[in-house]
Design a protein around this ligand. Structure first.
Ligand code: AMP
Ligand code: MG
Length: 340
């Protein structure tokens, strides 16, 4: 049997040493794998952008071990922001705050604000604590590709460039964190994730939450620069569908000339031939989405038909990533491919 070889304490200690020495390392979080470096060392942070070929106008998230350390990277943390951090940390919530003067501006892409998160994954926690510095980290993939949710996916994308890889097994959530900005009593969701609008309102019923639209409006793009860029796209073309009968008709008309893969609800896809990945609930869909894209890419699938779920809450984050990955292409009512 094949047992996974997860990183142990001595692996974590030596990766932390690499971070202190100004190098970049791959590490697991509960959302996706990150490519981390010392946020206080501008040269180390530049290396993140180089390794990923990330546009330098796309700011990084800074990771801390506890909310108590927030003063190392941010200032003027409002009571509302404090409350949300206290409530959802450690976890998949990133808050945009006014940046401390000491924070190198390469981290924030020149902005006067910094995005901060306290990840819950024990390996991420161990790495940040052992390195003793705030860790700037985007997802551990080359820019534009889907985020890695296993160490093997990160390695396929980044190869030998990082100084170390920590393995914490498959990520539990599988989608990037919720990013919010707080001003006064208003919370703007800049990127939907596992912490939902309802979760925020349950803690702070008196705030107004602006959800933004799925896959980014102009306003969202301006406030959260990263949402402008191409994102989450596998090598195969992604086409969305929301009706399995329409998918069946589409495939019958198209013939079986292209290698395709299908992702959808288990009930719909029972007994389907071919390359099929199915899920029972949306958490399972999210947890596996990027790994399934990766598997399809590796098996030479050139079109991925992915089910677009309805609904709000957690479904919003999944819809956002699916719409970005597909560029909005979907099988429409007339059985043809429509651009959204
Ligand atoms: P990634 O690291 O690729 O998961 O992306 C980080 C996300 O956080 C991107 O969508 C960024 O635009 C967003 N972000 C990071 N810093 C800021 C900031 N200071 N203000 C607004 N959004 C930010
Ligand atoms: Mg990313």
């Amino acid at each position: 049997m094949n047992f996974p070889m997860y990183s142990n304490e001595s692996d974590i200690r030596s990766a932390a040493e690499q971070i202190r020495d100004g190098r970049v390392v791959v590490f697991p979080t509960e959302t996706v794998y990150g490519l981390g470096a010392n946020a206080l060392d501008p040269r180390a942070v530049e290396a993140i952008f180089e390794v990923k070929s990330r546009p330098t106008d796309n700011p990084l998230i800074v990771h801390l071990a506890t909310p108590d350390e927030i003063g190392r990277v941010a200032i003027d943390v409002s009571p509302t922001a404090h409350r949300l951090l206290a409530e959802f940390s450690p976890g998949p919530l990133t808050i945009v705050l006014p940046a401390s003067r000491d924070l190198p501006r390469v981290v924030t892409a020149g902005l006067e604000t910094v995005a901060v998160r306290i990840p819950a994954h024990p390996v991420a926690q161990g790495l940040i604590r052992a390195s003793g510095v705030p860790v700037a980290a985007p997802s551990a993939n080359r820019s534009g590709e889907p985020s890695p949710t296993t160490a093997a996916m990160a390695r396929r994308s980044l190869g030998a460039a990082p100084a170390a890889y920590l393995d914490g097994g498959p990520c539990e959530i599988g989608l990037e964190s919720t990013v919010i900005a707080v001003s006064g009593d208003e919370v703007h969701i800049l990127r939907p994730g596992a912490v939902t609008e309802a979760d925020i309102l349950a803690i702070l019923p008196d705030v107004t939450v602006h959800a933004g639209s799925v896959a980014g409006t102009e306003a969202t793009a301006a406030a959260s620069p990263g949402t402008r860029h191409r994102h989450y796209e596998p090598k195969g073309e992604v086409i969305l569908y929301n009706d399995v009968d329409r998918l069946r008709e589409f495939l019958q008309q198209a013939g079986q000339t292209v290698r395709h893969g299908i992702i959808g609800p288990a009930d719909d896809l029972m007994g389907w031939p071919g390359v099929v990945r199915s899920y029972v609930d949306l958490r399972e869909y999210a947890r596996n989405l990027y790994a399934w894209f990766d598997e399809f890419d590796q098996s030479g699938v050139s079109i991925v038909f992915a089910y677009l779920p309805d609904g709000s809450g957690f479904a919003t984050a999944l819809r956002d990533r699916l719409i970005r990955a597909s560029g909005g292409r979907r099988i429409g009512r007339r059985g043809t491919i429509e651009e959204q």
